[in-house]
Every structure is written in structure tokens, then in C-alpha cells.
Design a protein around this ligand. Structure first.
Ligand code: NAP
Length: 254
């Protein structure tokens, strides 16, 4: 018996990386999952993998910055999977640049995807959770919330998500909804791989350097974040809310 048996989870940005690993983990824990991604192919791939492992999953191509699409995805989840207990907002992008080179598009794209996308997902999901007096929300902050060179847009968004977490924990707590955030450090995904490429650095060396700066002397894997989320959305942590859990091997960035 899994600790999420009978629960239904909706995950954004679940076509790859941390989101895909978390969808697989929650499904292995017994939850039925709605897999949201910008593109249909990665969403379908995650859902297929879950189904082949014996889990229950539906794929939904959704842009988290689009309010109508996000509302429709929450409604479809509740309709097709029966309820909506868990929201994990993971969708994210980077558009790194030093301030003097950062364009309006770099700023707006990152702020909209992380901040507005998480707000829209939370607003769409809360109505089902409030009605059933049960819910778990997780936002994806970052160690970069503490400040990181070349990431004014991203660090601001990730710090903003910590404010969203604490505020929604206050507003939704009376309805038995727990709201927490994870703040990963260096995790091996396409996002960090693209950062290495953009900086013209060798991926293996980039990871080695990151590991050397980390007290636990390694970089993270998507599964390291997924297992913490699995705990936070379970009833084993039912008195934990408004927390930001750093999954960063013991370090901030810088
Ligand atoms: P990733 O592999 O690039 O995955 C990001 C996912 O978000 C992709 O599947 C992407 O879809 C999706 N996405 C982007 N924009 C979207 C939109 N508008 N609507 C719906 N989905 C959208 O990156 P990751 O490393 O797993 O990152 C996941 C989250 O963790 C992000 O919020 C990131 O900021 C955060 N994080 C990552 C690290 C790290 O070291 N990797 C550290 C701290 C925090 P497509 O690929 O289909 O475009």
C-alpha cells in the first residue's frame, strides 16, 4: 500500500527533469497524476512511463501562463481522475543575463512562467481543495532565491515564490491545505545542462565544480527533489506548512 493511495495530483512542468521524476514518484506512491507540460510529447512520455509501471496518468499540454488553459486543466483533472488533492508547480525556464544585457523579454518570460504560472495553478486548484477541506500545494523555489549572478529575473521569481508559499499557507490553512516549497540546489537536468552550454563549459567539468562547492560533495538528481516532495504531500508531514525546504546538499549559491 502506497502513502498516496486514492490521492490525485496535478503537476506542472512534468514532461522533464524534476517535474517528471516527481510525477513518477507520486504515481509509485499510489497517486493518480495529471501531467502538465508546455508540449504534448514530453507530457505523453511521462504519462506513458507511469502507465507502463502500472500507475494512472493523463497527459495535458498546457501553458501555465494561460489562465483559461490552467483552469481547464484543473477541471479536467477533477473530472477524469475524480478529485484534486495535490498540486506541484514545477514549470520553469531560465533566461540568464547580467542586468545591463537583460531584455524586457528575459524578465517577463521568467517572471511570468514561475510566478504567474504558480499563482494561476494555485488559484485553479484551490477551489477543489477548499471544497473537500483537503489539499497539498508545493511550489518550486531555488537556492538562487538567495541571490545569483546573472539571474536577476530568476532569483526574484524564486524569492517571490517563497512569499507566495507563506501567504497561501496562511490563507488556505483553515481549509486543511498545507502549502510548502522546495528550493533545489544544483540538480542534473536539461536546465543546468543548457546553462553549461550557454557558458561554453564542459558538462562533466561543470558538474564537478558544482559538487566541489557543495558540502555533501555531489550534485543532485531529480529523484532527490521528488522524494522530499513525496514526503511533503503525504500525511506524514500533515503539521508542516509555510516551509521552504532546501534540497541543495548543504549550500546556497554564491
Ligand atoms: P527542465 O528539465 O528544463 O524542466 C522544466 C519543465 O517546465 C519542462 O518540462 C518545460 O516544458 C516546462 N515548462 C516551461 N515553461 C512552461 C510553461 N509555460 N507551461 C508549462 N510547462 C512549462 O528543468 P528542471 O531543472 O527540471 O526545473 C524544474 C523546476 O525546478 C524549475 O522551476 C526550476 O527553476 C527549478 N529548479 C531547478 C534547479 C536545477 O538545478 N535544475 C535548481 C533549482 C530550481 P518544455 O520542455 O516542454 O518546454
Amino acid at each position: 500500500m502506497g502513502r498516496l493511495d486514492g490521492r490525485v495530483a496535478l503537476l506542472t512542468g512534468a514532461g522533464r527533469g524534476i517535474g517528471a521524476a516527481t510525477a513518477a514518484r507520486l504515481a509509485a506512491d499510489g497517486a493518480a497524476v495529471a501531467v502538465i507540460d508546455l508540449d504534448v510529447a514530453p507530457a505523453e512520455e511521462t504519462a506513458d512511463q507511469i502507465r507502463s509501471a502500472g500507475g494512472r496518468a493523463v497527459a495535458m499540454p498546457v501553458d501555465v501562463t494561460n489562465p483559461e488553459q490552467m483552469e481547464a486543466a484543473a477541471a479536467r483533472t477533477a473530472q477524469e481522475l475524480g478529485r484534486l488533492d495535490i498540486l506541484v508547480a514545477v514549470a520553469g525556464i531560465t533566461r540568464d543575463n547580467l542586468l545591463f544585457k537583460m531584455s524586457d523579454e528575459d524578465w517577463d518570460g521568467v517572471i511570468n512562467t514561475h510566478l504567474k504560472g504558480s499563482f494561476l495553478a494555485a488559484r485553479a486548484a484551490q477551489k477543489y481543495m477548499v471544497e473537500q477541506r483537503y489539499g497539498k500545494m508545493i511550489f518550486t523555489s531555488s537556492a538562487a532565491a538567495l541571490g545569483n549572478r546573472g539571474q536577476a529575473n530568476y532569483s526574484t521569481a524564486k524569492a517571490g515564490l517563497q512569499g507566495l508559499t507563506r501567504t497561501l499557507a496562511i490563507e488556505l490553512g483553515p481549509f486543511n491545505i498545507n502549502v510548502n516549497a522546495v528550493a533545489p540546489g544544483f540538480i542534473e537536468t536539461r536546465m543546468t545542462q543548457q546553462t553549461a552550454e550557454r557558458m561554453g563549459l564542459d558538462w562533466e567539468q561543470f558538474k564537478k565544480d558544482a559538487a566541489a562547492r557543495t558540502p555533501l560533495r555531489r550534485t543532485g538528481k531529480p529523484e532527490d527533489v521528488a522524494s522530499v516532495i513525496s514526503f511533503l504531500v503525504s500525511d506524514e508531514s500533515s503539521f508542516v506548512s509555510a516551509q521552504v525546504i532546501y534540497v541543495a546538499g548543504g549550500r546556497g549559491i554564491g
